[in-house]
Ligand binder design. Structure first.
Ligand code: LR7
Ligand code: MN
Length: 592
């Protein structure tokens, strides 16, 4: 505590300073040695640079910050405004190393108050909403692994600043075996001074699901609220969640997850309404919905919820099996929980009047123990819940398929849980919760990698995935499932893990466009396979698909040979011939 106390500083002392009258100095500040003084600069990274000086007495000086008369609160990042710093020298170095270490600008974060105000982003109608006088109490569970000091503390304080005392049973911080020095005794000491906040340490790296399960096991509140360790809660965020659960204990609800920018910490409201979905590679996406006539205060049913902020009745959560304890480190646990909630008697919703900001990092900062962590979690999800639909996933993610072949997943416990709870079948989820999700047919001989005999390459897509579509490409066969496609019974060639893109024709090229409903009349998205010659015929023009590699000369339609550059590489429609570059077959990568 910096209040004019003398500190005795041994070498390499870490000094943490808190100033009551100058919150903008940050909770911890860069402490530089100047003569016999420790100078506190309102900027830093939670730790002082190691002091080179010997043991001695130092006076702590908090530099005064120029302020308008009567201005009590700091201005950096206030109301979610972007903070742009032009740093030089040592501070610039700190900025760059922070970016690398955390995937966000830690120096900016250090300059922002732990109690900053957020902009009002709720629909005006939300402000008039009434909630029951008596609401269930909440246990807020915040798991962290090597989180930065300022973001973790801002998360905690934003909870304490926004949740009425009567609704807050406790805040449980769960340390998932962090190594960073500032998360050790310094944090314990800091937390011990916060009423209602408890720190639990795990002696094993548990990962997101395991860590949350540990917190849940200790919690005593009526409702569990899981929160990422770098969030900022908007005023009034908790009441809508608790009220919705109060009226039906099997509802699992989430705020709208707004975005905090990793460079400037700007708070931005995301477009609404949106819901969470997954594709056939079992990856999670947010998806915008058409604006409905309902007022923007109404809950939005969501097939899947992200894990960033999630509220669930404690008894209901435990009854349906908590989090799958065998989910590794990171990923998929949110999809698994969502599917389970829907199939075992609950519902998932986003509540537009509840908003929480989540800091989106530029990159993932922790090392996963091996490359296949997410794949293994997907296998657990598939083996436990997908039943007959499993092969659709494995065909699009052959890495997962071969892992499962080599060491079959031990999911019997979870399958038994599914049976004990009498959960519905996955087919029910498909037809009732995601009726608009395309279910591939994957017919033998008409699905798989599309191999071109003339080039020895496979049909591919220029970029990974864009909602609008684009030109088809021809590339070396990948074998990993990313090039999987199918010719289905309505003559479409469907592409992409969502199955929403279809082969189409545009100026003589094969392109992808969003699939359109097929009527009686012929569509430009219809294709036919000639089994004997292996040709793929565009029904509307009666032309054949020909693979064209860059830098070679190909036979042009009527005009003879023409030069093709790398940029022109792709699939073209040409008069049908016996050219091997018009010869295709579907290669199955995994057993049906
Ligand atoms: O080993 C670990 N142990 C942990 O305790 C790894 C992580 N964690 C903590 C971590 O400190 C953080 O608090 O778990 C939380 C989630 O990890 P993040 O923040 O590193 O990852 P993320 O933001 O990409 O997380 C998303 O995916 C995760 C998959 O496991 C979880 O479901 C997160 O809740 C989820 N976050 C969001 O969905 C935020 C909202 C996104 C939007 C919009
Ligand atoms: Mn996160």
């Amino acid at each position: 505590h910096a209040q004019q106390r003398l500190l005795t500083a041994p070498a390499d002392l870490e000094v943490i300073v808190e100033s009551r009258d100058q919150p903008e100095a940050g909770l911890s500040s860069l402490v530089a040695l100047k003569d016999d003084q420790l100078l506190i600069v309102p900027s830093t990274a939670g730790r002082s640079p190691p002091l080179q000086q010997k043991r001695g007495s130092y006076k702590v000086v908090v530099p005064s910050v120029k302020r308008e008369p009567g201005e009590a609160t700091p201005t950096h990042g206030d109301l979610g405004r972007p903070v742009r710093l032009r740093l030089e020298g040592r501070e610039r170095e700190m900025e760059l190393s922070g970016l690398k270490k955390y995937g966000f600008n830690e120096v900016v974060s250090e300059r922002i108050s732990l109690h900053r105000r957020l902009p009002e982003v709720r629909h005006p109608a939300c402000l008039a909403q009434q909630y029951a006088a008596t609401l269930p109490s909440a246990s807020i569970i915040i798991c962290f692994h090597n989180e930065a000091w300022s973001t973790l503390l801002r998360t905690i304080h934003s909870v304490l600043d926004t949740v009425p005392r009567r609704l807050l049973r406790e805040v449980l911080l769960v340390d998932d075996l962090s190594q960073h020095g500032h998360l050790k005794s310094v944090l314990s000491e800091y937390v011990s001074r916060l009423e209602g906040v408890w720190l639990i340490r795990s002696s094993r790296r548990l990962g997101v699901a395991g860590c949350r399960a540990l917190g849940a096991a200790r919690a005593v509140g009526d409702v569990l609220v899981f929160l990422d360790s770098h969030c900022e809660c908007h005023r009034g965020w908790l009441e809508p969640l608790l009220d919705r659960i109060r009226t039906n204990r099997s509802r699992v609800v989430s705020p709208v997850m707004d975005v905090i920018d990793w460079q400037t910490f700007q708070y931005s409201a995301v477009p609404e309404p949106r819901r969470g979905v997954f594709d056939w590679k079992l990856d999670f996406h947010w998806e915008g919905l058409p604006k409905s006539k309902d007022p923007s205060t109404q809950p939005i049913r969501s097939p899947v919820l992200s894990g960033g902020a999630l509220a669930v009745d404690r008894h209901f959560f435990q009854k349906i099996g908590g989090y799958d304890p065998d989910m590794l480190i990171w990923g998929v646990e949110n999809i698994e929980l969502s599917v389970r909630v829907w199939l075992c008697g609950g519902a998932m919703e986003v509540l537009p009047c509840s908003r929480v900001g989540h800091l989106e990092r530029s990159h993932m900062t922790y090392q996963l123990p091996d490359d296949d962590v997410v794949e293994r979690n997907k296998i657990r999800l598939a083996e436990t819940w997908l039943e007959a639909y499993k092969p659709i996933f494995y065909k699009r993610d052959t890495v997962a398929y071969f892992i499962q072949q080599a060491e079959s997943c031990n999911c019997t416990e979870r399958v038994r849980l599914r049976q004990r709870l009498g959960c519905k079948h996955f087919q029910w989820f498909l037809s009732n919760i995601v009726p608009d999700l395309y279910v591939p047919q994957d017919r033998p001989g008409l699905s798989g990698e599309l191999y071109n005999v003339g080039t020895g390459y496979c049909a591919d897509y220029k970029t990974v995935w864009a909602p609008g579509g684009g030109a088809m490409d021809i590339r070396p066969c990948s074998g990993n499932g990313n090039q999987h496609c199918e010719l289905n019974s309505v003559m479409e060639v469907r592409w992409g893990p969502m199955g929403r893109l279809c082969w189409d024709e545009q100026r003589g090229r094969v392109v992808l466009s969003p699939c359109t409903p097929k009527r009686q009349t012929q569509s430009s998205q219809q294709w036919r396979m000639v089994k004997k010659g292996g040709q793929l015929v565009h029904v509307l023009t009666e032309r054949c698909v020909e693979a064209v590699l860059g830098g070679v000369s190909v036979a042009g339609g009527r005009g003879g040979a023409q030069n093709v550059t790398a940029a022109d590489r792709g699939l073209y429609l040409r008069p049908c011939s016996s050219d091997p570059r018009q010869h295709w077959h579907f290669d199955q990568l995994v057993a049906p």
